[in-house]
Design a binder for this molecule. Structure first.
Ligand SMILES: Cc1cc2nc3c(=O)[nH]c(=O)nc-3n(C[C@H](O)[C@H](O)[C@H](O)COP(=O)(O)OP(=O)(O)OC[C@H]3O[C@@H](n4cnc5c(N)ncnc54)[C@H](O)[C@@H]3O)c2cc1C
Length: 427
């Protein structure tokens, strides 16, 4: 008789260190499952969707170990009114949601200073620096080469004043070891001939890269977990049953699922379950949009970021994708695809010869904590539980490394980096 996948194996099964159930099959959850499996645990992933259909589905796909800046940057407070008034601006708030989000927003803005930026960037650099090595460890080499490219990323500016405005944040990244090389218009056109000639100054970050399909990246890791004996279950987790030693079952729409050890990696939806698991966290969704042009008719070779507009453009297998904007409107409001239309207009500003036919839209929920750091920690209450969520704008850049540290925490090993900035008790 084959084992029942809804039941964890007994402790001490040969070749295992026990069984771990991971809630969430986004990039963070599947990376946790893959590293846990490599560490000798049996794993079951539970998600109400197929792997990779949450926020990890439609992001910009940038894999950048230098994307370490917090979302709340020094000077942001001054810029917010202008952003809200600019129809192409990077931030919008649904007015009906304003009373709900205001306490979070005030907390978020309290982090918008240089000391905090330095602290957050230092922690994020330690987390994300090995991102390519970490994905290489949980993907087979062929899949890694097919899905991940490391040919640098380009930040573009229209004037020296714009670049100067980014000067402090560039220096910060350089001080933390990121390679950020200033280049002129000729070099920009050599790297990206399709870009508008208005971009005369750029920063080339050669250590950065991208995935050509973030959804496939998640699926490939999940498939490898399955091939290694793990299982993936479709179920909506409604509650957690707590026993004398911590969580002992998930209560789902398809029934009760026993658990021995638990990882919570449910992205922007993690807060209610985290609370049940002993961590009260101020998790908010920063909604973002993408437009993908199926047949763009131009040659774009790497991730290009237009800083002033806060958008990323990335050539993918499915076409050319532009992604960005932050919308504060909560988890349940329907998408406002006027945001996507704005992105499409920005894409044409960047690439005047872009063919905008065959465009598709998408909205996703970035899981954001006010200090821009994820939670990667044991539950403050239960020894058999690890929490891993809140990867804001950089879950693809930090999902693989998070998986490694979650496996270390679960195994009782000393993690390779100081995880105290990612504490679940810091709020
Ligand atoms: C427009 C946009 C562009 C972005 N660009 C980039 C980029 O270029 N690079 C980068 O690194 N990051 C980027 N991000 C951020 C990145 O996409 C996220 O940080 C990342 O996807 C979060 O991964 P996750 O696994 O935590 O969450 P998700 O991918 O959302 O996974 C969480 C999963 O948990 C499941 N779940 C939740 N609650 C339950 C429950 N109760 N029961 C069962 N299942 C549950 C969900 O169904 C979901 O599948 C971008 C985001 C957006 C929106």
């Amino acid at each position: 008789m084959s084992p029942d996948p809804t039941q964890p194996p007994m402790h001490g099964d040969p070749g295992t260190r026990g069984h771990v159930t991971v809630v969430g099959a986004g990039i963070v959850g599947v990376s946790c499952a893959a590293f846990l499996q490599r560490a000798g645990f049996q794993v079951t992933i539970v998600d109400r969707l197929e792997p990779g259909f949450g926020t990890s589905f439609g992001n910009a796909g940038s894999v950048s170990p230098s994307a370490i800046l917090p979302v709340a940057m020094p000077g942001m407070l001054r810029k917010v009114p202008g952003w809200l008034l600019d129809p192409l601006g990077p931030l919008t708030i649904r007015w009906r949601y304003l009373p709900v989000v205001t306490p979070w927003l005030l907390r978020f803005l309290r982090h918008a200073n240089r000391d905090e930026a330095m602290r957050v960037a230092t922690a994020m650099r330690a987390l994300m620096e090995p991102v390519f090595d970490d994905y290489a460890e949980i993907l087979d080499p062929e899949t890694f080469d097919r899905l991940i490219r490391r040919n640098g990323c380009l930040y573009v500016y229209e004037s020296r004043e714009e670049l100067a405005a980014a000067g402090w944040s560039l220096d910060l990244r350089r001080r933390l070891g990121a390679r950020m090389e200033e280049i002129g218009g000729d070099d920009i056109r050599q790297l990206e001939p399709a870009l508008n000639r208005r971009f005369d100054i750029g920063i080339f970050a050669p250590e950065n890269g991208r995935t050509v399909d973030p959804h496939l990246l998640v699926r490939a890791i999940a498939d490898r977990v399955r091939a290694g004996g793990g299982s993936v279950i479709r179920a909506d987790v409604r509650d957690v049953e707590i026993g004398p030693d911590g969580p002992r079952a998930l209560l789902t729409d398809t029934g009760r699922l026993s658990v021995e050890r638990l990882v919570l990696a449910a992205g922007a939806w993690s807060a209610p379950l985290a609370r049940k698991l002993g961590a009260k966290v101020p998790l908010e969704t920063q909604r973002g949009y993408h437009v993908t042009f199926a047949d763009p008719g131009i040659d774009v070779r790497r991730t290009v970021m237009w800083n002033t507009r806060s958008v990323f453009v990335n050539p993918m297998d499915c076409g050319l994708r532009i992604a960005g904007t932050v919308e504060l409107a909560g988890l349940s409001a329907p998408p406002d695809h006027a945001r996507s239309d704005k992105l499409a207009r920005i894409a044409v500003e960047m690439f005047p010869d872009l063919d905008t036919g065959g465009a598709s839209n998408w909205m996703g929920h970035r899981p954001c904590l006010p200090d821009s750091l994820p939670v990667i920690d044991r539950s403050p209450r239960f020894a058999n539980t690890v929490l891993a969520f809140g990867h804001q704008h950089v879950g693809i850049c930090s999902g693989g490394p998070t998986g490694r540290h979650v496996a270390s925490l679960m195994a009782g090993d000393t993690p390779r980096i100081d995880l105290s900035p990612f504490s679940a008790s810091r709020f």
